[in-house]
Design a protein around this ligand. Structure first.
Ligand SMILES: Nc1nc2c(ncn2[C@@H]2O[C@H](COP(=O)(O)OP(=O)(O)OP(=O)(O)O)[C@@H](O)[C@H]2O)c(=O)[nH]1
Ligand SMILES: [Mg+2]
Ligand SMILES: [Zn+2]
Length: 325
């Protein structure tokens, strides 16, 4: 506690700090953040107590310390308003911000651990809710047999038909990696997805100098081991930024009200407001246009079932402190 106090005093000592300048948060660890100035110089910073939250991608006003030999050399004074904020609900910590000012979400899945369309749908709902265009990326496709591959392609066609971009890639064979660069150009993108799907491995293929640490899938659980622990922003030499983010076992959506999950299913939107009952649950209610849509083939049974699975799991997963939100 005493040390902390001393440090705070030092940080408010103007003589030790250079003038304020603009910066971009490219890494965030514990109480600190790495901030890059407009010349590309990175400075590890503390932050003023008035700053409520700070994440990768935030644009800030900061003052680098004059004595760069210190490990923590600067201080963040203020955060600029965000154009977008990606948050993720955490069972213990509530809703946690992950990255700011992102304009494209890359939903990464893979064949190993097992491919789950329901998890893809959760990320799509979260992206839609933020008003950001998601891209579906399926990694490790070299592991699929011809037969399995055509089955997967068939299923992914459902997403293409409702307007999503779908990409099949493999870090092992290199398939699809080059065309990814084009997709990421001049945008700020974030890689999200379960632990072990290969987010960091893809980033290493795209940017070998990034040297992101990657981890094996656990032999006992068949799941990823949460290798990446903090979000990190990387630049492409040809323009565009990419944020690697830590994987999660499951992406819960309990922080969203039901209606926002419903509108997150983009092919449902054309029918919304038209059901016979205003509080239609889109299940076995009479005069439900969503269910009609499934019967007439305008909505696939796969997405319709996934929607109800998400709603059911939201009730189960919502921690007691946020019940009724
Ligand atoms: N067969 C195969 N394995 C891959 C491929 N891409 C990545 N892997 C392996 O998948 C494992 C997990 O990769 P990571 O890049 O650490 O996964 P991640 O998504 O960053 O995981 P977290 O950081 O825990 O969220 C590693 O053992 C990689 O070698 C691929 O295209 N094919
Ligand atoms: Mg990783
Ligand atoms: Zn309905």
């Amino acid at each position: 506690m005493r040390r902390r106090l001393k440090q705070d005093v030092a940080l408010t000592d103007d003589a030790l700090l250079a003038d304020a300048r603009k910066g971009l948060v490219i890494g965030r660890f514990g109480q600190h953040a790495d901030v890059e100035d407009e010349q590309g110089v990175v400075c590890r910073c503390n932050m003023r107590r008035t700053i409520e939250s700070l994440v990768c991608g935030d644009k800030v006003l900061f003052r680098p310390g004059k004595e760069q030999a210190e490990t923590i050399s600067g201080v963040i004074e203020a955060v600029e308003p965000r154009t977008s904020l990606l948050s993720r609900p955490d069972f213990y910590d509530g809703v946690k911000p992950v990255a700011a000012n992102v304009d494209q979400i890359i939903v990464v899945s893979s064949v190993v651990p097992a491919l789950s369309y329901n998890i893809i749908d959760r990320y799509l709902v979260a992206s839609e809710d933020m008003g950001l265009e998601p891209v579906i990326l399926l990694n490790k496709v070299e592991l699929l047999s011809d037969e399995e591959r055509s089955e997967v392609e068939q299923q992914l066609k459902v997403y293409e038909e409702i307007g999503y971009t779908v990409k099949l890639v493999s870090c092992k064979s290199g398939e699809g990696i080059e065309s990814l660069v084009e997709l990421l150009k001049s945008k700020i993108s974030i890689f999200v997805g379960q632990s072990g799907v290969g987010k960091s491995s893809i980033i290493n293929q795209l940017l070998p100098e990034a040297s992101e640490v990657t981890g094996e899938i656990s032999e006992t659980s068949g799941l990823g081991q949460h290798t990446t622990t903090a979000a990190k922003l990387l630049h492409f030499p040809s323009g565009g930024d990419l944020i690697d983010s830590p994987g999660v076992r499951e992406f819960a959506l309990w922080h969203l009200p039901t209606e926002r999950v419903t509108t997150g299913f983009r092919e449902f939107r054309q029918f919304l407001g038209g059901c016979k009952f205003r509080d239609c649950k889109h299940k076995d209610d009479p005069g439900c246009l969503i269910r009609d849509g499934v019967e007439t083939g305008k909505i696939t049974a796969m997405r319709y079932e996934s929607y109800h699975r998400i709603l059911a799991s939201m009730e189960e997963q919502r921690p007691s402190f946020s019940k009724g939100v």
